[in-house]
Design a protein around this ligand. Structure first.
Ligand SMILES: Cc1cc2nc3c(=O)[nH]c(=O)nc-3n(C[C@H](O)[C@H](O)[C@H](O)COP(=O)(O)OP(=O)(O)OC[C@H]3O[C@@H](n4cnc5c(N)ncnc54)[C@H](O)[C@@H]3O)c2cc1C
Length: 431
């Protein structure tokens, strides 16, 4: 049977149907992008009485938010030592604490809005591809305990079978607070919550330009979209890996990177238990990493950066075979398992691999989640909404340096991705 080039998660739910309607003339806040960031911010602002319109060029949840692995992870992409070296103890502590708070934030929204998305605190497992990666786990666990007052557990190779049915790794590290969910169901639920709070979601409304314009002596923005224009007092840009020309300063700072996922057929219960006895969210220690998990209906979901370029028909098709080979290296038991779905999506990386939030050219924004966006995008959406509402908000990702490309060699077209891909493969080989 041919592999279905379709996002498996979308077969498990229906995203809300939104009746097409004219854009409002004037709103307090316009949110660009209807993913986790935008919808979480919308929910918070609309519940506080703001008039909010979400402008989405495609449909609700169309971006990375419905396409991801559903891993709700603690920590950041950057290693803990690097975090302290770069930002100092105090800010690094707040950043790490924010990563834990972001999981609680997702949990609370799921609970409050009764979102049926299989949220479960099943924990995550990082597996070491080399002995030196494993040796570093004890040092990291010690720093996390000492500096961040959080406990992760190092699992030596001889005990790893209790965590994973694969013999290729040198050991692992477990964090029990991480969680898993079904991202399409979650973004659908967030969308419904945003609508119930009174916000308007405008699909197929691509923002083409934003320009400062005061109205009745209130400063604000004229927003030109593919469906006409509207005026907003403030704008939150929540476009992550799909950030485009309408917001050039952000586009120059965000690298869109493709990530791809396959899922197998539904596996027998015994086999699924052998592959992942504790049903963890799993990823490996490489730069060019694989991430994988069981879906709630017991398929193996296996993802990775099979191509660095954002998704298109060619990269998706190629990824199915590359990822299947990767999956069988990890789990030879899956040699006969049919791969049923393959799809791709675009991740948002900043040049320093950190999340960033605040204001740029007068526009509010949050982006750069680097593969940790399920939790962090939800959290940043909420935090930015509170900031826009005038609250005094603690957000350690506001105000840190937000670098563009060295020598300004990037205008939003990531010509360097093949080199970056090769570079990361090289690093994986030597480090
Ligand atoms: C394959 C894959 C696997 C991943 N796995 C995980 C994981 O397991 N765990 C994890 O934490 N993170 C993961 N991520 C990352 C995570 O999905 C993202 O960080 C997160 O979804 C970002 O949410 P967002 O709302 O900021 O952006 P998105 O969900 O990407 O939404 C941005 C939206 O903006 C819209 N848009 C763009 N430009 C305009 C415009 N001009 N006008 C109007 N609308 C516009 C787009 O159409 C899009 O719908 C993964 C990502 C991918 C692609």
């Amino acid at each position: 049977m041919a592999v279905n080039e379709h996002n498996y998660w979308l077969t498990t739910t229906k995203l809300p149907r939104i009746e097409p309607r004219a854009l409002p003339d004037r709103v307090d806040v316009a949110i660009i992008g209807a993913g986790f960031t935008g919808l979480s911010a919308t929910r918070t602002l609309a519940r506080r009485g703001a008039k909010v319109a979400v402008l989405e060029s495609e449909t609700l949840g169309w971006g990375a938010s419905s396409r991801n692995g559903g891993m709700v992870l603690s920590g950041l992409k950057l290693g803990v030592n690097e975090l302290i070296t770069r930002y100092g103890r105090e800010r690094a502590r707040s950043m790490y604490a924010a990563s834990l708070a972001s999981i609680a934030c997702v949990e609370q929204i799921v609970h409050e809005e009764k979102i049926d998305c299989d949220f479960s605190r099943c924990g995550h497992l990082e597996v070491a591809c080399k002995q030196k990666h494993f040796d570093d786990y004890s040092r990291q666990a010690e720093v996390i305990a000492r500096e961040f007052n959080h406990s992760v557990r190092v699992v030596p190779k001889q005990e790893l079978h209790a965590e994973i049915g694969s013999a290729i790794y040198f050991g692992g590290m477990v964090d029990d607070v991480s969680a898993g969910l079904n991202p399409a169901r979650y973004v659908a639920g967030l969308g419904r919550a945003a609508m119930h709070s009174g916000a308007e979601i405008c699909e197929h409304a691509r923002v083409e330009a934003v320009q400062r314009e005061s109205k009745q002596s209130r400063s604000g923005w004229k927003i030109t979209t593919s469906q006409g224009a509207l005026w907003a007092g403030d704008i939150l840009v929540a476009t992550s890996g799909y950030t485009g020309r309408a917001t050039p300063a952000l586009q120059r700072r965000i690298i869109p990177i493709g990530s791809y996922i396959i899922t197998t057929e539904v596996l027998p219960q015994e086999l699924a238990r052998e592959l992942s006895p504790r049903n963890r969210m799993i990823y490996d220690s490489k730069n060019y990493l694989y991430y994988y998990r069981l879906t709630p209906d017991r398929r193996m979901l296996f993802g990775g950066r099979a191509a660095f370029f954002p998704e298109n028909e060619r990269t998706i098709r190629r990824s199915a075979e590359i990822l299947r080979r990767g999956m069988i290296e990890v789990y030879p038991q899956l040699r006969e398992a049919r791969v049923e779905y393959v799809w791709g999506g675009t991740l948002d990386f900043a040049f320093d691999m950190m999340p960033h939030a605040g204001q740029i050219d007068g526009l509010y924004y949050a982006a750069g989640y680097a593969g940790h966006g399920v939790a962090m995008a939800t959290y940043q959406g909420q935090k930015m909404a509170e900031m826009m509402a005038g609250d005094k908000v603690e957000n350690p990702f506001v105000g840190i340096a937000f670098p563009g490309a060295p020598l300004g060699l990037y205008n939003g077209k990531p010509w360097f991705l093949p080199f970056a891909g090769a570079w990361y493969k090289f690093l994986d080989w030597v480090s």
